[in-house]
Design a protein around this ligand. Structure first.
Ligand SMILES: Nc1nc2c(ncn2[C@@H]2O[C@H](COP(=O)(O)OP(=O)(O)OP(=O)(O)O)[C@@H](O)[C@H]2O)c(=O)[nH]1
Ligand SMILES: [Zn+2]
Length: 289
C-alpha cells in the first residue's frame, strides 16, 4: 500500500493512505543510507495484523528542507503583509531565492489587503507583479481566499513568511479545522523558546495538503553560491551572459548588462538591492571558512 507520511512522533510515523491513517514503524533499513522518514514522504507500507504497519520503501524526493524538516513541497505560498508591519523586501526575496532553489512552485500572498493604502499596494505590484503569481488577500476579511485555494489545490503546500504577517490567520481562513489543531500546539511551544515540536501535514476540504510550519519564518543559511545566485532571480535570466566579463557578479564591474537593465527600469531596484545584499552575505560567509 502507498501513502503519505503526515506526522512523526516518538519513533512512530503516521501514514495516510486513502482516507485511513496508519501508525507505522520504520525499521533500520533506511538509516544505513542516511535517510530518515520525514513528513511529506511518499512511502510504501506493509500492514501487519495485530501490530504496527511497517514502512518498507521511501519514494525519491522532489526536495527536502531541514528546518523545518519537511520534504516533497510542491508549492510555497510566500506570505507578507502589505502594511502593518511594512514589508521587508530583503526578507521576502530571501524566501523567494530559497524557493527557486528548491524546485517548487511559488505564489506570493500579499496579506492585510483590507488595511493597505493604494500606494502601498502599487509598490508591491510594481516589484512582484510581473514575476510571480501575486494574490492580494486578507486573512481577516477572507478576500482572495477562493483564488488562493484554487492555486493550492492538488498540491502539498507550505505557507512561508516572517513572523506577524498573518500566516496563522490565513490558515484559519483557508481551513479552520487545521488552524484549531496547530493553534493548540503553538501555544504550548511559545512557553519555551527551544521546545521542539512536531511538524504535520493536513488534508484540507478544498483538496490541498498544507504543512503546518510555523517555524518557517527564517533561514539558517543562504545556500546559493555567488555564481548561482543570479540564476535564482527570474528577471535576470534574459540578461545573463551579456556582461563584458564572463564571471561578472553584477556589482561594480564595467559593461554589466544586469546593472544596465536596472538603470533602464527593466529589473526592479528593490530586487537588485536584495541581490547585492545576498552576494555580500555569501562573500562574508566564504571568508569565515
Ligand atoms: N487587518 C488585518 N489583520 C490581520 C490580517 N491577517 C492577520 N492579521 C493580524 O495580524 C497579526 C498577526 O497575524 P498572525 O496570523 O498571528 O501572523 P503569523 O504570520 O502567523 O505570525 P507568527 O505566528 O508569529 O509566525 C494578528 O493580530 C492578526 O489578527 C489581515 O488580513 N488583516
Ligand atoms: Zn554583470
Amino acid at each position: 500500500m502507498e501513502g503519505t507520511v503526515v506526522k512523526g512522533i516518538a519513533g512512530f510515523y503516521y501514514v495516510k493512505a486513502g482516507e485511513q491513517v496508519y501508525q507505522c514503524k520504520a525499521r533500520g533499513l533506511f538509516k544505513k543510507d542516511g535517510i530518515k522518514v520525514t513528513v511529506g514522504d511518499e512511502v510504501k507500507i506493509q500492514l501487519h495484523e495485530g501490530s504496527d504497519a511497517l514502512i518498507t520503501e521511501i519514494k525519491p524526493r522532489k526536495n527536502a528542507f531541514i528546518r523545518p524538516p519537511i520534504v516533497n513541497v510542491d508549492c510555497f505560498a510566500v506570505v507578507f503583509a502589505i502594511t502593518q508591519p511594512q514589508p521587508n523586501f530583503a526578507i521576502i526575496d530571501r524566501f523567494l531565492v530559497m524557493a527557486e532553489k528548491s524546485n517548487l512552485e511559488i505564489i506570493l500572498c500579499a496579506n492585510k489587503a483590507d488595511l493597505a493604502e493604494e500606494a502601498e499596494l502599487q509598490r508591491v505590484k510594481d516589484i512582484y507583479g510581473g514575476l510571480y503569481p501575486l494574490m492580494l488577500v486578507s486573512g481577516k476579511t477572507g478576500q482572495g481566499m477562493d483564488e488562493l485555494k484554487t492555486w493550492l489545490k492538488g498540491k502539498k503546500c507550505a505557507l512561508a513568511g516572517p513572523s506577524g504577517v498573518g500566516k496563522s490567520t490565513i490558515l484559519n481562513a483557508l481551513e479552520p479545522q487545521v488552524a484549531a489543531e496547530t493553534g493548540e500546539i503553538s501555544q504550548k511551544t511559545k512557553r519555551g523558546k527551544h521546545t521542539t515540536r512536531h511538524v504535520e501535514i493536513f488534508d484540507t476540504a478544498f483538496g490541498a495538503m498544507l504543512f503546518d510550519t510555523p517555524g518557517f519564518t527564517s533561514f539558517e543559511v543562504l545556500e546559493a553560491d555567488e555564481e548561482e545566485l543570479a540564476h535564482l532571480y527570474p528577471e535576470m535570466q534574459d540578461y545573463l551572459g551579456q556582461c563584458r566579463y564572463d564571471n561578472c557578479r553584477h556589482i561594480k564591474e564595467p559593461d554589466c548588462r544586469i546593472r544596465e537593465a536596472v538603470t533602464e527600469g527593466k529589473i526592479n531596484k528593490s530586487r537588485y538591492g536584495s541581490y547585492v545584499e545576498q552576494i555580500k552575505e555569501i562573500r562574508e560567509k566564504s571568508k569565515k571558512w
